[in-house]
Design a protein around this ligand. Structure first.
Ligand SMILES: [Zn+2]
Length: 291
């Protein structure tokens, strides 16, 4: 077993808030699928592949110490999938004593799951919302964050519960239906300020109702990209995942968001990068890159 990528917790300030990137585990996905139409000789210079052509990825969540309560963005892959699944996707997210690595990271920050007040899901794919629920020792599936409001786009919940042959492999009802049944979801439509300075911003393309999260405090902005640009290697506009359902929509979303990120010096937060939690973007006249 290889070590999971990156440090478990990295912390910094965004304006007046402390924010913590928690590495909820490692994942390995096919490098070709991760870079879509980009030829392997180009992408393997950025992220080398293993013998099964897979590249190492993280599943980085973000915890914000907001004055209205703790906000958690995305929840990793959870504890409900079997060995075969973990092998196929290279998921390594087990924590100590039966918990997940996300719970280990929270514990290091002295946070109990019951302390989290808001969970925001970029979307409901298993590596983003898998930790929304937990399987207990006696096999029940319960909300991991019982005192939290969970926030997702209404369209994404509809999309996740009406799958087809292409989309079903990523949407597992046990990650989100129990949250709905417990009455913990707050569905939003479009751009919306959830708490003072914390806004969800539609960033469609990966899935039609994908959202990113914009954090603004004391003039500083951080932007949690989710799967809009999963790693720093995905900053060039045409470096778009083969998994994206609407790659040309992703392209236009990236064009719009990265232009703002560059001009307004936003701090970009990378969910799947195995090494880089955050950074600013630059542009050399040809392409965006991590500055
Ligand atoms: Zn993802």
């Amino acid at each position: 077993m290889t070590a999971p990528p990156g440090p478990l917790v990295e912390s910094r300030r965004v304006g007046k808030w402390r924010v913590h990137a928690i590495q909820a585990g490692g994942q390995k996905l096919d490098g070709g699928a991760m870079f879509g139409v980009v030829p392997k000789p180009l992408w393997e210079r950025r992220i080398p592949a293993d013998q099964r052509n897979r590249i190492p990825l993280g599943m980085r969540c973000l915890l914000i110490e907001h004055e209205s309560g703790l906000v958690l963005i995305d929840t990793g892959a959870g504890n409900k999938e079997n060995e075969k699944f973990h092998d196929i996707y290279g998921v390594e997210n087990r924590g100590e004593n039966g918990a997940t690595q996300l719970e280990d990271g929270l514990r290091d920050l002295r946070v109990q799951p019951s302390d989290v007040a808001f969970v925001i899901n970029t979307h409901l794919h298993f590596d983003h919302g898998g930790g929304n629920t937990t399987q207990t020792a006696d096999g029940r599936i319960v909300p991991t964050f019982p005192n939290a409001r969970y926030i997702v786009q209404r369209g994404e919940y509809e999309f996740a519960t009406h799958t087809n042959e292409r989309t079903a492999a990523s949407y597992f009802p046990h990650n989100f239906v129990p949250i709905h049944e417990a009455g913990l979801f707050d569905f939003v439509e479009g751009e919306r300020e959830i708490l003072s300075g914390v806004s969800v911003v539609p960033t469609p393309g990966h899935v039609p109702h994908h959202q990113s999260i914009r954090l603004e405090s004391d003039g500083e902005v951080a932007f949690y990209l989710g799967d809009l640009a999963p790693t720093a290697a995905h900053l060039p506009l045409p470096w778009i995942m083969g998994y994206d359902l609407q790659p040309l929509v992703t392209l236009e979303t990236k064009r719009r968001i990265l232009a703002r990120a560059l001009s307004d010096r936003w701090l970009m937060v990378f969910e799947h990068d195995a090494m880089v939690a955050w950074g600013n973007v630059d542009h050399d006249g040809k392409a965006y890159f991590l500055s």
